[in-house]
Design a protein around this ligand. Structure first.
Ligand code: NI
Ligand code: MN
Length: 228
């Protein structure tokens, strides 16, 4: 069985195992780089890292259409429940949640998390996802923090880090993150969606190749990385 990770631009990814489809931070409507429409995507689970509009995105509409379970923190899960999402699973930082695909842990993220209507979006998070013997880490919106070393203690098949700067880590810190996380492969995200986060991902990839043992992969929106 193979696991496939497809980038839908910004911090939106589809993780597919063949049996299960996990959609992360489905910001598609209004995203200049989204290669698919919100009305076209399929999902069994939707993961939301924090309350900002460029992460909650189309979660409500997609959850209602597909019947997907939304995995997030407690505050966002409650908010989605009040906005018509039937199946939610709201945990908090450090907790693992077991689901049909495997399990997922909400990890630390240093960011903010107010929801689109001003409601409290709880603590922002990243995710470690265990699916089909693969271990994937999505840092999501965050500054660099040295406890990333602890996330890398158990071997990671993939780490996905923001490189856009301004709202999150930039290239320098995203290279340090890879040194600490030590994943087999790494993907950059959260860049080139809007002018303040324009970046050259090849500059990050060259430095990851030169300064770490990780293989960097730069995708275009719509492209996938497949694990055998
Ligand atoms: Ni954000
Ligand atoms: Mn963001």
């Amino acid at each position: 069985m193979s696991v496939e990770v497809t980038w839908y631009g910004h911090n939106c990814f589809l993780v597919s195992s063949g049996k299960h489809r996990l959609l992360l931070d489905p910001f598609l409507t209004g995203s200049p780089t989204a290669p698919v429409k919100a009305s076209e995507v399929q999902a069994d689970f939707i993961l939301i890292s924090h309350g900002h509009g460029d992460h909650v995105g189309d979660a409500i509409e997609i959850a209602q259409r597909t019947g997907a379970t939304v995995i997030s923190n407690y505050e966002i899960a409650e908010w989605l429940g009040k906005h018509g999402v039937k199946q939610t699973s709201g945990g908090n930082l450090g907790g693992w949640q077991a689901h049909a695909f495997g399990r997922v842990q909400a990890t630390l993220a240093f960011h903010s998390s107010v929801l689109p209507d001003g409601a409290n979006g709880g603590s922002p998070c990243g995710f470690v996802i265990e699916i089909d013997d693969k271990r994937l880490y999505f840092a999501c919106d965050t500054a660099l923090f040295s406890d990333m070393q602890l996330i890398g203690v158990k071997s990671l098949d993939l780490a996905v880090v923001p490189i856009g700067d301004f709202f999150t880590m930039g290239i320098d810190d995203a290279v340090q993150a890879i040194q600490w996380l030590k994943p087999k492969q790494a993907l950059p995200c959260h860049y080139d969606t809007f002018p303040p986060i324009a970046q050259d991902p090849q500059k990050w990839a060259e430095r990851v190749r030169a300064e770490t043992a990780t293989v960097p992969v730069v995708l275009k929106p719509g492209e996938s990385l497949t694990f055998q």
